[in-house]
Ligand binder design. Structure first.
Ligand SMILES: *Cc1c(COP(=O)(O)O)cnc(C)c1O
Length: 364
């Protein structure tokens, strides 16, 4: 006979209906927006697909910035709904330049929406969000920002920038659960979403999600997974206790210490600081060493390093300092492990200088 141990998770109570509105309000404060905030009962990719699906329609033009697979998917979802999509594809692993967006907007005057990722956890780059949103705003174009990776790692001021739709997940810099996500929707964006042939009776329908707002933001439809919402609430408690500004500062410091350490090591940083995310720092491996051997060596020290994601990034290593990893201890361990892996393979690496540079960054 199989004995099943008792586990309190099996008996989680339902998440109290009156607390969903408070969650949405607290997420609005993180995004610095008075726009409507919708909760999505799925990981952030589903929220992104819902946005694209709800905006897409034939005879509609979109400018879609592609700096990783996420942007590629967003364009596909728009096309599936009949949208005419102009993809603006950055060099592999690099941010898009605002100049390229200005040129594309001038060449495509009928564009109604513009979509981009703020910071990429895949390549560790930061797109010039304020400049790009300003270009779109000046033309009355609705902006959609995938801020899943950037929220908590970078300043994200939705109303001050005028972002129409911002999609976030709690699972990156905010250190929360992965099974729930959220988005903010401006009045201008609602005007595009709410049309006669908009998708309805679908998990991907923003129009359906709006019914929750219109009904007074009580219980979410269906049977919400209570553990996800209790975990989201706990994450928001932690975020508010530390302070969002402090969380962003912690990520900025982890990024600059990682960069200082890698520079002192003699490693070559993939992008200059102003193009780098605060979530992941990317280095180019010297030729003659494989990322798998660096990853394996670091794993032996209990340090998790990963290789670049996406086309043309096999020579890149990602050094992750997101969320709970944005600390002196993790940054130091990451860089020492990377340096030790290089030395083990016969490459020079000044681990002492790197450690000192990291300590110095944390001391100022
Ligand atoms: C992590 C991430 C997402 C969400 O992906 P999940 O599969 O929900 O983790 C979306 N966009 C970006 C830019 C991300 O970094």
């Amino acid at each position: 006979m199989i004995e099943v141990a008792w586990n309190p998770f099996y008996g989680a109570p339902v998440y109290p209906a009156e607390r969903y509105a408070a969650l949405a309000h607290r997420i609005g404060a993180i995004l610095k927006t008075d726009n409507d905030v919708l909760l999505v009962q799925a990981e952030a990719v589903v929220a992104l697909e819902a946005v694209a699906t709800s905006l897409a329609r034939p005879g509609f033009s979109a400018l879609n910035v592609v700096t990783s697979a996420y942007g590629g998917w967003f364009g596909q979802w728009l096309r599936r709904g009949g949208t005419h999509v102009v993809d603006i594809v950055a060099q592999p692993g690099l941010p898009i330049e605002a100049r390229a967006i200005a040129v594309a907007l001038d060449a495509n005057p009928d564009v109604k929406i513009l979509a981009l990722v703020h910071a990429e956890s895949a390549s560790g780059i930061l797109n010039p969000l304020p400049e790009i949103v300003a270009l779109a705003k000046a033309r009355g174009i609705v902006t959609i920002v995938d801020a899943v990776a950037s929220v908590g790692g970078h300043a994200l001021d939705v109303d001050a920038l005028g972002i129409d739709i911002a999609v976030i997940g709690p699972q990156k810099a905010l250190g929360g659960p992965a099974g729930v996500s959220a988005l903010s929707v401006s009045q201008h964006a609602w005007e595009l979403v709410l049309h006669d042939s908009a998708p309805r009776d679908s998990i991907l329908s923003l129009t359906d999600l709006k019914a929750w707002l219109d009904a007074g933001r009580g219980a979410l439809p269906g049977t919400p997974a209570p553990l996800e919402f209790f975990a989201l609430e706990a994450a928001l408690d932690r975020v508010e206790a530390e302070g969002l500004g402090q969380i962003v500062t912690r990520h900025e410091r982890a990024a600059s210490a990682s960069r200082a350490g890698l520079a002192a090591l003699g490693a070559s940083l993939w992008v200059p600081a102003e193009q780098a995310s605060n979530l992941v720092t990317t280095v180019s491996l010297p030729s003659g060493i494989e990322s798998t051997s660096v990853i394996g060596f670091a794993a032996g020290l209990g340090v998790e390093l990963t290789s670049g994601v996406g086309t043309g990034s096999s020579h890149l290593m990602r050094i992750n300092h997101t969320g709970a990893r944005a600390t002196f201890q993790t940054v130091l361990a990451n860089i020492v492990a990377y340096g030790a892996a290089l030395r083990q393979a016969g490459f020079p690496a000044n681990i002492g200088a790197a450690s000192e540079a990291i300590a110095k960054t944390y001391n100022t």
